[in-house]
Write a protein that binds this ligand. Structure first.
Ligand code: ATP
Ligand code: SF4
Ligand code: MG
Length: 367
């Protein structure tokens, strides 16, 4: 059988795609594959995360966005293995530099948490001990997780870190207690604490939600600068797409414990391909058009104890099809290269194929 130019071209194309996938996988410092996490409660199994997958390349920023209860924190806590006693990863892999951390011993996991991956929570008061000075707490983290073992070395490093996160008069501030710091300053201390071990990955879970917008912007700006300086990868967890968009190399949108769409900020903002993402965008203010009315997503969040059989967003989706009720849509690549899981895209592709077929047939008949 003769090999045509088309065969050769498609082979070259296939090889290019495979090479790109290989490249991405090699670069990824963290890969989450088909993660399922559940809580086993008296009322039944709460399936909080249902098949989440993503790649976090070295030195990149990934935004995880979704409304309350969509499984953002549970995904983050699964990576850190800090789930409540009733919670368990029931399926999937979490690969750090190719190793499945779910197979790690408790000792190895402790060093992963302390040295490779750090997390910052929304409320610093839950992480800072009110009865110890900031200096004491920073010193302890440094001595525990780094090679600065003596009190003097750790003290010096703590002062350096406070300076790095923009705390003025760090020597004096070291002697103060958390209540003597403002909310924004406490967040800066949390960042300093998380950076103490120079982690490869930093997870910030709704870190700036409780702060006013100006301080929020300052903290995000600081994170951006530190990320560039230290080259770590960051996972930014938030329910507020508008706040983090400019910082992220990639954004994943979650609903009902699943990823509904993933792509660059431009893909998500200008070419959304999932009805939930479109709803999210309609509900955030557009600075260029402040007169436009905000439209909240109708209906109530799903009950994670009894997830719908098909698309999790189906009960609230105005464009739902019959198939959405029964079958969860698979992730599909969009023409611009980003990914979405919505039956409407399958329908659109099918209709385009039929149209193209019809045009071809009409052309032949005409000839
Ligand atoms: N300890 C727990 N026991 C039972 N269910 C839990 C537990 N922790 C979380 N869940 C459930 O898992 C689901 C996902 O929760 P998660 O905290 O990840 O949401 P989230 O997206 O971070 O929301 P938020 O924006 O409010 O922080 C929710 O339905 C929540 O009720
Ligand atoms: S799959 Fe169906 S229910 Fe889900 S977002 Fe798309 S159209 Fe709506
Ligand atoms: Mg959360």
């Amino acid at each position: 059988m003769a090999i045509t130019d088309t065969d050769v071209n498609s082979k070259i194309q296939e090889e290019k795609v495979e090479e790109k996938v290989r490249e991405n996988e090699e670069q990824a410092i963290l890969r989450v594959e088909n993660l399922h996490t559940s809580f086993f409660t008296d009322s039944g199994e709460v399936r909080a995360v249902n098949g989440v997958s993503f790649n976090l390349p070295k030195g990149k920023v990934l935004g995880v966005v979704g409304e309350s209860g969509s499984g953002k924190s549970v995904t983050a806590y699964s990576i850190m293995q800090i789930l409540a006693d009733t919670g368990r990863v029931v399926e999937g892999k979490i690969l750090y530099k190719g190793e499945n951390i779910l197979d790690y011993s408790e000792k190895k996991m402790n060093s992963f948490r302390g040295e490779k991956c750090s997390i910052i929570f929304q409320d610093p008061m839950t992480s800072l001990n009110p009865t110890f000075t900031i200096g004491w707490q920073l010193r302890e983290a440094i001595q525990l997780h780094t090679d600065y073992k003596t009190k003097e070395e750790a003290n010096k490093r703590a002062v350096e870190l406070l300076k790095m996160v923009g705390i003025t008069e760090p020597e004096r501030r070291m002697k103060q207690y958390p209540f003597e710091y403002s909310g924004g300053m406490r967040q800066r201390v949390m960042i300093a604490m998380a950076l103490a071990c120079e982690p490869d990955i930093l997870i910030a879970d709704e870190q700036t939600t409780a702060l006013d917008v100006t301080i929020q912007a300052q903290i995000l700006e600081l994170m951006k600068e530190l990320q560039k300086e230290m080259g770590m990868a960051i996972i930014l967890v938030t329910h507020d797409l508008g706040v983090i968009a400019s910082m992220c190399d990639e954004i994943i949108v979650m609903y009902g414990g699943r990823v509904c769409e993933r792509g660059t900020a431009d893909d998500i903002f200008y070419r959304p391909c999932h009805e939930y993402t479109k709803g999210l965008l309609r509900s955030i203010p557009d600075v260029k058009n402040m007169k436009e009315k905000l439209v909240p997503i109708g209906g109530s969040p799903i009950n994670m104890l009894s997830l719908p059989k098909g698309c999790a967003f189906c009960p609230r989706c105005e464009k739902a099809l019959k198939v959405c009720l029964e079958n969860a849509p698979d992730e599909m690549e969009m023409p611009d290269g980003h990914y979405a899981s919505c039956w409407l895209n399958v329908k659109k592709e099918y209709e385009e194929e039929i149209n193209a077929e019809n045009q071809k047939t009409a052309g032949k008949e005409h000839a």
